[in-house]
Design a binder for this molecule. Sequence first.
Ligand code: ATP
Ligand code: MG
Length: 348
Amino acid sequence: MRTYRIAAVPGDGIGQETVPAAVRVLDALAGLHGFRLEWTMHPWGCAYLARTGTMMPADGLESLAGADAILLGAVGAPGVPDHESLWGLLIPIRRHFDQFVSLRPVRSLAGVEGPLRDGRPFDLVVVRENTEGEYSEIGGRLYRGRPQEMAVQEAVFTRLGVERVARYAFELAAKRSGRVASATKSNGIVHTMPFWDEILSEVAADYPDVELTPYHVDALAAHLVLDPARFDVIVASNLFGDILSDLTAALAGSIGIAPCGNIDPSRQHPSMFEPIHGSAPDIAGTGTANPIGQIWSSSLMLDHLGEREAAARLTAAIGEVVRSGSLTPDLGGSLSTAQVCDALISAL
Ligand code: ATP
Ligand code: MG
C-alpha cells in the first residue's frame, strides 16, 4: 500500500485541536483512496520551550528530514516573543528545507459571508516568494539619537530566487486557467522591481499558452477588493505576497479557513503545510476552533504528495459541509471542531 510518512507538529494553542482533527479526517480519506499515512507527532512549541529552553530539540530538523511532508498547526503563545517562537521553529524549518514558495489558494465558498457586497465567485492562488526579497537582514541604524538618524533596509532579489518562483507560478497557471498576474512596483522601486519584471518576462517566453499581466501592487490590491474574479495565479515578492495573501484570505470570509503550503518544488526536502491563522489563544481549549484551515492545508499536502483525487475530494467535501451550514462560531455557526470533522467525514 502507498504509505506517506507525515511529521505532525501541532504546536501551540488551537494547533493542539486542529492537527488531531486533520489527522482523523485524513485517515478516513486515506482509507477510501487506498493509501496510508504514517504519522509522527512532534510535541514542539511554546510548552516545549518552557520545559526545555528551546522550541524544538537540537536534532529537530534532522528528524523532519526523513518525512514526506510536514503538517504544522500554529506557533506562538502569549508572553513568548516572536523572535523566540517563530524564529525557534517555523522560520528554521522554512529555511532549512528551502521552502521557497508560499502557496496560498483562496476561493469564495457558498455559505460563507465575505466582506464583498457583490459576491461574484472567485478562485485564485497567491504564489509568494518565501526566502528573499524585502525580508532581508541587511541594513542597520545610523546616527542614533542625532537629528540625522536613519534606518536602512536592503531588499535582495537574486536571478535564481526570482526565476524559480516565477517558473512555479507559470507551471501552476498552465494547469489552471492560464493567467499569471505579477505584482510589481517598478514605477517607484527602480532597481529590484525592474529586475523582477525582466525575469518574469523571460520566464513567460517559455510558456506561450500562459498570459502574463504585470500590475503595480497598489493597483493590484484595489482590483482584488473590487473584482477578485479577474485573477487566477498571482505571483509576488516576499513582502507584496505577504500583504496580498492576507488581503485575499480576508476576502474569503474567515481567517479560520485559509490554507497555506510552504513548498520546495524541487522535492529534495519535505514541504510544510499549515493554516494561515495563528494559535488563537483566546479560543484555545474551548473545542470551537474552525478545523477547515488545517484540513484544507492537508488537502494541499495530499495534492503535493501526488494524491490528486483524494485532495480534490477533500476540498469538495469542505465546500459541501460549509454550504450545508455545518459551521463553527467564527463562521456564524454553533458546531464544535469535532462536529465539523464528523460532518466532513460523512461528506467524504
Ligand atoms: P499569530 O500571532 O499567531 O498570527 P494572531 O493573534 O495574529 O496570532 P490568530 O491567532 O490567527 O492571529 O487569531 C486572530 C483571531 O482570529 C482571534 O480572535 C482568533 O480567535 C480567530 N481565529 C484564528 N483562527 C481561528 C480558527 N481556526 N477558528 C476560529 N477562530 C480563529
Ligand atoms: Mg497574526
